[in-house]
Design a protein around this ligand. Sequence first.
Ligand SMILES: [Zn+2]
Length: 409
Amino acid sequence: MKLKNCRICKSTSLTKYLDLGLTPAADAFIKEEFKSSNDPVYPLEVCLCNDCGISQLNYTVDPKILYQNDYPYESSTTKTGRLHFDQFGESVVKKAELNSDDLIIDIGSNVGVLLGAYKKRGCKVLGIEPSKHIAASANQNGIETINDFISYNLAKKIVSKKGKASVINITNVFAHINNLESLMKAVDSLLTDNGMFVIEAPHFLNLIEGLVYDTIYHEHLLYISVKPLNSLFNRFGFEVFDVDEVSIHGGSIRIFVCRKGQHNKTKSVNQIIKKEEKANLFNISRLNLFSEQVKKHKKQLRELLLEIKKQGKSIVAVSAPAKGMTLLNYCEIDSNILDFITEKSFLKIGKYSPGAHIPIFSDEKLYEEKPDFALLLAWNFADEIIENLSDFKNSGGKFIIPIPKPKIV
Ligand SMILES: [Zn+2]
């Protein structure tokens, strides 16, 4: 569906500045039996709202296509990720002075890693997760999880059964929601009077400055900065009262939202807005420049890979995160360049990458085939992955880190 109104402020004044082409859904890994069919593709284009300043996709893929069937993203697969969520839970428990009476809700709770951090510290927890098998796996792990999309009706049901929540988390999911009005109505009915709504998302500032354009894919409808969100929260009587910068996913922000006047506003809120303005995140000339940099990056990466192939060397990719699929599809890196992809998650092993249909194997394949180069698609976890695959490196294998500037290590 083509976007008509800004998802945050409803404005119709939208300017497109980045076109990553027609691409398949980044998490739609292909099963063997569909290997020879063509994947459905959708426009992947980013526009600026000239009124509130948010950057967003100008096309919405039906969330049922994106999340309900075989959704393969499990948040607990890296050590760095698990540690991050544990520290995240600990810091909110302290900030909100939570105890065993408090209910914590996580929207898009995945397998329940963040809620586990609250539960460990004595809080009551409840997850909401649309993907059936991921919700089932959370329930198996002892994290009570409702298999559904968040909605006002669901919020009312939860309140009548469990009472209101002292903290509602939404981590790397806020940007996935097309109807934010409906989300805010649900939050409004679920949250206690002085409760906190905590949004964590990659900061758009880092996407622009770090050229992290591979994080643009159909699941990510919005590219989050603090300033534009105010117009949404204001309409519902909420405000941002604190912001923390965190290092995960190449630089994220944790935004603390409450009902107006319920918590003291810290200096960090205006500081981050000033930083966003100084970086020209709401300025179309800066965004057009970003778009040029993206085109140049594609050229550089392709040249590097084609040069390696010309020397008769082999290249594979290591890790198959959704963002890697944006990189492969946009840069037209197909099975003429990559022999295969290796991955830890059993939800992806044995399948094929969306678009180029490159086969995905477990990491062992790397040791069997001994390719010359491994392109790191989850480059934000480069240190951890390189350490895990030290035998590959010790036997002469080299890694290619693609972003922000392609380099060999
Ligand atoms: Zn807007």
